[in-house]
Design a protein around this ligand. Structure first.
Ligand code: AMP
Length: 194
C-alpha cells in the first residue's frame, strides 16, 4: 500500500512559458505512477493538466479525471484516463476531487488553480477535512501567493496556523516527501460535508 493512496492535483489548463513547469508536471506524473499513488485531476488534456496525466498514464499509473459537462469540449476531456467522471458543475468537480484524495498538490496555474487552492484551504479552515496541501514552488512561482497569505496573517485576518495548512517544496521529490510525512487524515471529508 503506498503511503499516499491518492493525490488530488490542481494545475494550469495552460502549459505556461517556463519549461521547468512542464518538466515538473511530467516528473510528478511519472513518480505517482511509480509509487502506486492514484492521480485525481481536472480531467482535461490541455496545459499542465494534460502533461501531468499523460506522464502518469505513460508510466502505467492510475488516473482519475473529474470534469464538468460544460468543460468537456473546452478543456478537451482526456479520453485515455483510467476513469473519467463527468459532473454537473465546477462546485461538484471540486467536491468530488477532494473526496477522493488523501493529499492535495498545487502546481503552477492561474485563476482556476488559485480558486481550487483557496477553496480547499478554506474547507480545511472550517474543519471539513485535514488533508495536507503541498505547494510546488518551482522557481519561486508561488512566492507572491505565500507572501499574500503572510500579509493577511500579519494584518490580523488569520491565525499563524493558516500557514501550516500548506507545505512548500521546490522540487517534485521534496513535495511528495513532505506530503507523505504529514499526519494521516483523521476523518473523511464526505462525513463533514453534509
Ligand atoms: P487555470 O489555473 O485558470 O488554468 O485553471 C485550472 C483549472 O481550474 C481548469 O481546469 C479550470 O477549469 C479549473 N477551474 C477554474 N475555475 C474553477 C472553479 N470555480 N471550480 C473548479 N475548477 C475550476
Amino acid at each position: 500500500m503506498p503511503k499516499l493512496r491518492s493525490l488530488c492535483v490542481y494545475c494550469g489548463a495552460q502549459a505556461g512559458h517556463d519549461p521547468a513547469h512542464r518538466a515538473a508536471a511530467e516528473e510528478l506524473g511519472r513518480l505517482l505512477a511509480r509509487q502506486g499513488t492514484e492521480l485525481v485531476f481536472g480531467g482535461g488534456r490541455v496545459g499542465l493538466m494534460g502533461i501531468l496525466a499523460d506522464a502518469c498514464l505513460a508510466a502505467g499509473g492510475r488516473v482519475v479525471g473529474i470534469i464538468p459537462r460544460r468543460l468537456y469540449t473546452i478543456e478537451i476531456a482526456h479520453a485515455g484516463v483510467s476513469e473519467l467522471v463527468v459532473v454537473d458543475n465546477m462546485h461538484e468537480r471540486k467536491r468530488r476531487m477532494v473526496e477522493r484524495a488523501s493529499a492535495v498538490a498545487v502546481l503552477p496555474g492561474a485563476l482556476g488553480t488559485l480558486d481550487e487552492t483557496m477553496e480547499v484551504a478554506t474547507w480545511r479552515q472550517i474543519g471539513l477535512h485535514d488533508l495536507p496541501i503541498g505547494i510546488l514552488d518551482i522557481g519561486g512561482y508561488w512566492q507572491p501567493l505565500l507572501a499574500l497569505i503572510d500579509h493577511a496573517i500579519a494584518a490580523g485576518y488569520g491565525p499563524d496556523a493558516l500557514r501550516d495548512y500548506f507545505t512548500v517544496a521546490d522540487s517534485v521529490p521534496a513535495l511528495l516527501a513532505t506530503l507523505e510525512a504529514a499526519p494521516a487524515p483523521r476523518f473523511a471529508f464526505q462525513d463533514r460535508w453534509a
